[in-house]
Design a protein around this ligand. Structure first.
Ligand code: CA
Length: 232
């Protein structure tokens, strides 16, 4: 799950980021309104923590554009008490929740978890399946249904597999994958991506699955299942 923090108080943004990282969320920060809007419109995020008073563009304007553009993302607004009353009605229309400053980090975390759980319930999936390969989204366990062998995958491996499996039989571009997993401001080289993919391929092989991650030179990657029975 990827979360965007749009907040110009760097210390606060960083504090939130560090706390969320402990919960295994992937977190990016935007320090200005316009940067925040650009990042929000990328569609990369599951949730946005959006401050109201921001340089260049305020949180309400950003909220309005995100909703007009129909980006599928949960939004929690951060607001000072004095801003709350006049604006409450306005942003209730577009925001999923709000918190008044100052707030406890644990309360923010609880609200985030509620929003993201709601989101997951809508999708009702605990597993992703491609061919004989089953990825448990809660435990990061990868199972081959045919052999019943399992193996644990690491954090980045999990995110990569999840993304590939959600888009099975589709070619995903290298840049697209890197941005999705490492964020917009990444310093990742494409051979880092190759390295993770080769770990995943090994694990898939170890558990005896016929699923493969194909590299299409100069284009990208796709996950697909080679069904032996169909070939025969
Ligand atoms: Ca602010």
């Amino acid at each position: 799950m990827r979360i965007l923090i749009v907040e110009d108080e760097y210390k606060l943004a960083d504090l939130i980021k560090e706390r969320l990282k402990k919960e295994k969320y992937l977190v990016d920060i935007a320090l200005t309104g316009s940067k925040g809007l650009d990042m929000a419109l990328s569609g990369l995020y599951n949730l946005i923590i959006l401050d109201v008073m921001l340089p260049e563009m305020d949180g309400f304007e950003i909220l309005k554009v995100i909703r007009e553009e129909e980006v599928d993302v949960k939004i929690i607004m951060l607001t000072a008490k004095s801003e709350l009353e006049d604006k409450l009605n306005g942003f209730k229309k577009g925001a999923d929740d709000y918190l008044t400053k100052p707030f406890h980090l644990e309360e923010l975390l609880a609200r985030i978890n509620v929003q993201l759980r709601k989101n997951q319930q809508n999708k009702i999936t605990d597993y992703l399946i491609v061919g004989d390969l089953k990825l448990n989204l809660k435990t990061s366990n990868l199972r081959c249904i045919k052999t019943n062998e399992t193996i644990q995958v690491g954090c980045k491996e999990f995110l990569l597999l999840e993304y590939l499996m959600q888009n099975k039989n589709q070619v995903l571009k290298k840049d697209q994958i890197i941005t999705k997993i490492w964020g917009i401001d990444n310093e990742i080289e494409s051979n880092n991506l190759e390295a993770y993919l080769s770990f995943i391929r090994k694990k898939i092989k170890i558990i005896g699955s016929n699923v493969s991650i194909k590299a299409l030179r100069g284009i990208g990657y796709k996950i697909e299942w080679e069904n032996e029975e169909i070939k025969k």
